[in-house]
Structures are given as structure tokens and as C-alpha cells.
Design a binder for this molecule. Sequence first.
Ligand code: SF4
Ligand code: SF3
Length: 548
Amino acid sequence: MSMFCYQCQEAAKNEGCTVRGVCGKNEAVSNLQDLLIYTLKGISQLVLKAEEAGVSVPSTDHFIMNGLFVTITNANFDDAAIVQTIKDGLELRDSIKDTLTENGVSLDGLHDAAQWTCATEAELLAKADAPEVGVLATENEDVRSLRELIIYGVKGMAAYAEHAYNLGKTSDEVNKFMVKALAATLDNTLSADDLVALTLETGKFGVDTMAMLDAANTGAYGNPEITEVNIGVRNNPAILVSGHDLKDFEQLLEQTKGTGVDVYTHGEMLPANYYPAFKKYDNFVGNYGNSWWKQNEEFETFNGPVLFTTNCIVPPKGDQGSRIYTTGASGYPGCTHIVADENGVKDFSAIIEHAKKLNPPTEIENGTIVGGFAHAQVFALADKVVDAVKTGAIKKFFVMAGCDGRMKSRDYYTEFAEALPKDTVILTAGCAKYRYNKLPLGDIGGIPRVLDAGQCNDSYSLAVIALKLKEVFELNDINELPIAYNIAWYEQKAVIVLLALLYLGVKNIHLGPTLPAFLSPNVAKVLVETFGIAGIGTVDEDVELFMA
Ligand code: SF4
Ligand code: SF3
């Protein structure tokens, strides 16, 4: 076996990718990502040691969140960039060790993750292939399953923490938790029960992180509001922006102002259309295309350059890579990567000049779609919503947040949305929405039957809405609400969203299109028995089950 990865929903045979990732990640990149995580665990062990000894060491907060983010599915395929990040990590780690030694702190008993060294790049690459580094280094499948559940949750948390960080918001508690969780996965003295408790704690910090990002986004750009988003095109050269980072998006809009270059969103950047602050830009046209997995065909017809601010990248086809730019945690070999200066400013002039030389986008759709139903907007409509529930006009809400993916089995979500009774409303967030956000599902007394809160991180908004409804209807338990959860997952941000919902006490979440490969039978059993987690069945069976 040359690699082993089972962190996403596409894991081969729902067991794990062992030769090459279904996502396109090759063996070298997979093993380097494992080594980066291993290095972060070692750094974390040292940070905890410093904390215990009361010694102040260089900050690792941003390095750890970025390092975790780099390893998220479809974020970074650039082996050279990952090698450099590992080298930076070793340098940071050694500076912590030096500080500890200078302060008389013993370094005895450190895990290999905090000790390994390499004199050459060849040695670094050999270490990436070493059996002690990867997921399978943990032999007990239940311990491995819980450790990875925690690591994947923390990866999602780190991604959201990084977006907030880019907007000047960070949390010592969240950063400390990431260190604690990483180090805990090296600790052989922790029992399965300890790891289950840590999994729930991961959910708690997931809620905190999403709340922090929500405050960062809305503080900077206003509360998302109901918006009709144009999905057609104009006749100007243009840049397409994908990923989740609103700060990058703002900087690009500022720099394209008055240049004659238009800007469109793709995939998870669609919700940028809902923020008041971005509406003032005349060159911000709307959204082009669908979710991430359609990018090869949609980038072809877009004609202009594409900026990835984060995941999900699909390996580019033909010469598409020459039009792709990456920034932040994202990366792809051969594509131009744009870095921030010391003030966080990114110079997008190369992509703007590139756009000017290329044709305007070819129209693939026209008309509009409606979104912008994050918590503040839904609260503004609260009376209407509550009335509709009281009169029985709305029988049930379906939270269908999460991810989209290329597997045929995800047609289920389109069919499920179509099959739902007309007196139900879908609450969505994340790229999962593309499976039904263009269907003519109509409205209930002016309330659209698909309410899109935003990106996957805006699943937080859906939880806030549920908690508000619980208060309005004076219920004791969030599970007494007429809300069902039928969530589609793909990558690790969905893992932190799931853990956050579990922490908030939400029960009976259905997760599909398959249950995670990283859940061992025993861990899956705990989730089923404690939280009522279930998979999906056929559309008809599930509609009947949920409406019962
Ligand atoms: Fe396979 Fe998913 Fe891992 Fe890619 S991220 S190698 S598809 S499990
Ligand atoms: Fe989508 Fe990748 Fe998860 Fe942000 S863009 S939800 S899959």
C-alpha cells in the first residue's frame, strides 16, 4: 500500500484510497499531507509542554490552522508547497525546543512526531512514506477511527478559523483547543471514552469557531440579505472566483474596480452575492455555473482566469491550469499562487491583466436564483415564518446543508427535494444546495421553499435559526421542532458542521450519500445509539420516514 486516505466521502470503495485519490491526489501529496499533520501534532506536544512549564514560546496559532487547512480534501495538490510548509514547521518546532531547553525544560519523553529530523529533502520524502506517520500507524481500528474523526473535525475548524483570522478575528480558546486535540491523538493513554468526550468537545469548539466566522463576515460585510442573484453573463472579460474566503473576494473586487474586468462567483463563493458590502461594485455580475465538481466543463466556457481562495479544486483539464490562480491554503502544481504581503494585502494585478486578454464568458444559463437567508434575514421574517408554522402552511423544515460531489448517488438529493410535500421548506447551506437550488419548487405564502443561508460555515446560521424557533415555540428540546436533518457530506468542513450539530443536541441526523469510511463499526454504533445518526435509504422511504 503506497498511501492511505479515507478522510472524504469519495474514499475508494468507501474504505480508503490506497493507490491514488479519487479526488486526484497522488501518493506523494497524500503522504506529504500526512507528514504535515504529523509535524503539527509534534509541534502541539511541545506547545503543551511549554504551557505546563509556563514558558512563553513563539506563536504557532496561524501556522497550525493553515497547515491543517492545506490538508483538507481538494485544497492543495502542490507537493512543493507542502514540502516547504513541513520545512517551515520543523523550523518553528525547533525554535520552540530551543526556547524550552534555554528555560531548563526537559525534552524527555517526546513522541517521534516532535523529534524527527531530516538533513535533506530526500530524507523528508522518505519520512513521508514511513509507516509511523500515516493514518494506519494507529493499529486499533476504533482508536484510529476516533482519532481521525477528531483530526477531520479540527481540519474543518481550522479552515473556518483561518477565514476569520484573515478578517482580523481569532480566538485563543479555539487555537488552544486545536493544539490540545492534535496532541491528544499522539497520546496512547487516552481511552476510547476519553476520545469520545474529545470528539464532543471538538463539536463545541466547532460552534464557537463558526460563531466567530459569522461575526467576522457579518461585521466586515453586513448581514446577508434576500438577493436575486444573476446567473447570466455580460460581454466583458471576467474573473471567476471560487472557494470560501470573503477577504480575498473583497480585495479582488477593489482591485478590479474601473478596470473593465467583471467578477463572477463559482461554487461556494455564490453567497458573496448576498452581502450588502459587495453590492456596490458595478463589475460584480453574479454567479457562473454550479458546484465544484462541474469546474472542468464550466471553466472551459467561462474563458477567463479563475481564482481559488480555498477548496474545492478539481485537477485542471488540458491547458486550464494556465488560467488558474490560487491563494491562501489552496494550491495546484503549475498554477500561479498569490501570497499576501506583511499587511495581508494580495496583489491580483497579474490575474486582472490576464483576464483582459481573454474572451468574455459564454452564457450557459440565464435568469436569477434567490438566496441570503442567514439568521438575521430569517429573524426579520420571523413573524411570517412562525405564522406559517402555526397555521400549518409549513409542516416541516428540512435542513439539507452540506457538500455536493460528483457521485451519481447524489442525484438522491435532487429527487428528495422534488419529492418533498409542497408544505415543507428546505433550509440549506454549503455547496449541497446546487442539487436543488435551481428547481422550480415555488414558495409558501411568499417564503421560498429553498432558503439558502450561505456557505457550509453558514450552517451555523441554521443552528441559530433552530434555537430561535425553539425559544419562540417555548420548547424544551431542539428535537421537538418540526425540523428534520438530511445532510450531504463530502469533506472535513462537513465533519465539523456535523460535530457542531451533535454538540448542540441535534438528534437523528441522516448523513449521506454514504456514512464516512473512517467510522469503524463500533464508533458508528456509538453515533447511532447516542445520537440516532443514520444513513439514507431510497427517496420514497426517506420522505415517508421523515414526514411520519
Ligand atoms: Fe480519497 Fe478523499 Fe482522501 Fe482524496 S481526500 S485520497 S478522494 S479519501
Ligand atoms: Fe463544497 Fe468543497 Fe464541502 Fe463548503 S466546496 S461545502 S465540498
